[in-house]
Design a protein around this ligand. Sequence first.
Ligand code: AMP
Ligand code: MG
Length: 420
Amino acid sequence: MLRFEDALARILALGSPLGSPLGSPLGSPELASESVELEEAEGRTLAEDVVAPGDLPAFDYSAMDGYAVCTRDLEGAEPYRLPVVGESKTGEVAPPLASHTVMRIFTGAPLPEGADAIVMQENVVREGDMAILGTRPRAGQHVRARGADLAAGAVAIPRGTRLRPGHLALAAAVDRSVLTVTTKPVVAILATGDELRRPGSEAVPGTIPESNTVALRSMARRAGATCRVLPYVRDDKGAHERAFASALEDADVLVTIGGVSVGDHDLVRPALEAVGVTLEFWRVAIKPGKPLAIGRFARPGRRDAIVFGLPGNPASAIVTFALFGIPLLRALQGDARPFPPFVRARMTRAHAHDPGRLELARATLGHGPRGLMVTTFGNQASGAVTSMAQAEALAFIPEDVTGVAAGEEVDVVLLSDLCD
Ligand code: AMP
Ligand code: MG
């Protein structure tokens, strides 16, 4: 059985643009890209370096409402009395500052030529056309200098960045309305099982509402993929093979749900192999999610399709797709940081553990006097659909311990970092 880290590394290598470290070529190292309007670029991954065409900001401007002054003009003892001449408003170029005068100026307005500091209006007394300054400002005070954020030619946002709202603002600030991003991977999601029916359909005894595809589709879309949820597949080998072969015609990633364990009706692995999928591995030493099959499907002239055979239990399916599937979808888009950083959190209460597998315990987060706190749920059953709705994080309970005590620190992954 593979350890978590090894499974993740192998999956990310499958998704990396340069191909697999196992030596198998996965197609062109250049990711396909397309141009999108800035407004549509949220969550996409940059396929170009966004470079500042000019200095940011492009001109010196005032950070305050107040008066533009030339500090060298303030001679002798405080206070200083100077006439107010002219005005600098936003959206206009101000006239130069006349010697031994001050100029009215507003936040965002260009610093007039000859001025080198701003005195905020709260610190100025007006007597008619005269301004009285109580103290001498230092040169540069309340001035946002040209190029202070970025110099012309600097990389504002590097290639491989998954675009968050702050990146969109920066792209706009460096005058971009269109960005080159990598194309969306196509994900096909396929649930298996004779017991499955659509939510809201007739409740035939023995059947259950199918609840995984809607969650996985939402996660994959948030990770930047185009998703197709295919019709449920009966527990019949021929039906599995037909559905898999058809899905693999145009999916970059095929996600199957259920039937990947060792029961008599677990047909996914043999059916995948029958249609030509090469299984990379199918067991990971984690709980939930031990039976997780990962495979590759060769496509002429294109990179291999990647197959995820997820276990059907709702918590197992969602946890494994969050930890392995989402980073894979990000890696396929050239994301330079497909897996989020771990954070450390202190357990609010003890958590018992059977040694053997790394446990990804569903948990909530909170704040305590000593920092971030994590509370693992009492019910960690892999079939507990409620737990996935309540979970904010996964606490990593090490494989070799018999439990973690209250107050002990563990690694935590925030689900919002994976399914944001
Ligand atoms: P399996 O992995 O096929 O052995 O299924 C394990 C458990 O998860 C069984 O209780 C199934 O009924 C349930 N299950 C499988 N697929 C789904 C699904 N798509 N939605 C909800 N429950 C499922
Ligand atoms: Mg099943």
